[in-house]
Design a protein around this ligand. Structure first.
Ligand code: C2E
Ligand code: MG
Ligand code: MG
Ligand code: MG
Length: 292
């Protein structure tokens, strides 16, 4: 009996593994031609100033509609893009496309909207990220202060001299830097002293339960306090509900992004929101202004 169930377990694992391996292979194969087939697009999620109600930025987020696989969420294809190295050409495209669209908004007279671009560790190490950023700004004409690069804690934690040098050269271009998913990486904070970052993005995992869970609340408070002491901007990710937004305002968190305000939307929808004046037309932001 034991032998039989062992065999079944083995077969189950093998089938699952094969299915996973096959799926990964399919994703990788399709992703390889995705840029050429123009299957990748950027969506933008507004970032809101909780005091003024203004949209102060947008995070560029990749969306992939594969002709063969249908819609594939980033959580499924980004890790594969990283393992296969495909993130390098894709990341280069994201940077260029985000700058190009943001330059278009700038030309329409929009000021004070910073576009955030996620930079993967591999792209940072393998590619000439400084040259890519410099070229993207030069070719599109986007002012450097309108671009923010989102880096991860684990990348900055690598005690490599060249990471420090690259970050310094990026700052030299005049772009903004933020730390994505802040609080989920390693516990050493010494890198905050070594790197000139502008903003901490509180990981949505802490924001999700902070209203009910005192531990998450303590962590969120600590990050807000840390930002205040080090003079860094702080933005909360994944704000979904009114109690969460009220909590953030109470604790002095200045900025937030999340479904409560707006999901990631196309560039056209985003810019329409900015031009119509998100402040006046969004009951959610009007509610914020009443609180302020
Ligand atoms: P991230 O950079 O931390 O992006 C935030 C994620 O949270 C996005 O997921 C966004 O859609 C989602 N989100 C926003 N508001 C809420 C909310 O209120 N509740 C919840 N539950 N989620 C919310 P998305 O678009 O699926 O992207 C997932 C991850 O994929 C990103 O996490 C980022 O690490 C990666 N990614 C996306 N686009 C790119 C890219 O262009 N380059 C690189 N290297 N990575 C990317
Ligand atoms: Mg991000
Ligand atoms: Mg994040
Ligand atoms: Mg994340």
């Amino acid at each position: 009996h034991a032998k039989e169930s062992g065999r079944n377990t083995y077969r189950f694992f093998t089938e699952t593994m094969n299915a996973n391996a096959l799926e990964r292979l399919q994703v990788e194969n399709q992703l390889r031609g995705a840029l050429e087939r123009r299957e990748l697009v950027l969506h933008f999620q507004p970032q809101v100033d909780l005091v003024s109600g203004a949209i102060v930025g947008a995070e560029a987020l990749l969306r992939w509609e594969s002709a063969v696989l249908g819609f594939v969420p980033p959580g499924r294809f980004i890790p594969i893009a990283e393992e296969s190295g495909l993130i390098v050409p894709i990341g280069r495209w994201v940077l260029r496309e985000a700058c190009s669209l943001a330059r278009g908004w700038y030309s329409r007279g929009i000021r004070g909207v910073v576009v955030g671009v996620n930079i993967s560790a591999l792209q940072f190490r393998r590619d000439d990220i400084v040259a890519n950023v410099r070229d993207a700004l030069a070719e599109t004409g986007l002012p450097a202060e309108c671009l923010e690069l989102e880096l991860t804690e684990s990348l900055l934690m690598e005690h490599a001299e060249d990471v420090l040098e690259t970050v310094q050269r990026l700052k030299g271009l005049g772009v903004r830097l933020s730390i994505d998913d802040f609080g989920t990486g390693y516990s050493s904070l010494s890198y905050l002293k070594r790197f000139e970052v502008d903003r901490l993005k509180i990981d949505q995992g802490f924001v999700r339960d902070m209203v009910e869970d005192p531990d998450d609340a303590a962590i969120v408070r600590a990050i807000i306090q840390l930002g205040r002491s080090l003079k860094l901007d702080v933005i909360a990710e994944g704000a979904e509900s009114r109690p969460q937004v009220e909590f953030l305002m109470q604790e002095g968190c200045r900025e937030a992004q999340g479904y409560y305000f707006c999901p990631p939307v196309t560039g056209d929808v985003f810019i329409d929101m900015v031009e119509r004046g998100f402040v006046g037309s969004s009951p959610r932001v009007m509610h914020l202004q009443r609180l302020a």
